[in-house]
Design a binder for this molecule. Structure first.
Ligand code: AMP
Ligand code: ZN
Length: 132
């Protein structure tokens, strides 16, 4: 399998590594949205959240929390977005699960967002019966 994030996670391709343990590597993104933009890469290959093991899934947010605290303290950012894209339509471009840590600074021009719609009664009821 030719997966660039597998190669980076396993150290076969060099990367700017901020943290490594037996299950993860955290690297600086080469195309940062903001100063300090980092990626959490599991060493296990899973193409997206749907195929990620529960074991890795359960660890990833704990690591995100540790990295977020470290980054906020060291960078003095004013906030931080966690972003995790699944599927092309959702903006995924590398098909090895990863989580973005995007530090935010007052006045930055990072765009992560959507235009809020309005939840109709009909949709709410349909969604509750579909998803509950
Ligand atoms: P996504 O669009 O969620 O799949 O995010 C992929 C991210 O990986 C983008 O932010 C890219 O800038 C980043 N990226 C791609 N190749 C590399 C690489 N070799 N090293 C570090 N970051 C990378
Ligand atoms: Zn991979």
């Amino acid at each position: 399998m030719d997966c660039i994030f597998c190669k980076i996670a396993h150290g076969e391709i060099p990367s700017a590594t901020l943290y490594e343990d037996d299950a993860f590597r955290v690297i600086l993104d080469v195309g940062p949205a903001s100063r300090g933009h980092a990626l959490i890469l599991p060493k296990e290959h899973a193409k997206d959240l749907y195929s990620l093991s529960e074991e890795t899934a359960s660890k990833v947010l704990v690591l995100a929390k540790k990295m977020a605290s470290k980054m906020s303290e060291a960078l003095g950012c004013d906030g931080l977005n966690l972003v995790q894209n699944n599927g092309e339509i959702a903006g995924q471009t590398v098909f090895h699960f990863h989580m973005h840590l995007i530090p935010r600074y007052k006045g930055d021009d990072v765009k992560i967002g959507w235009r809020p719609g309005r939840l109709s009664e009909k949709d709410k009821n349909e969604l509750l019966s579909l998803l509950r």
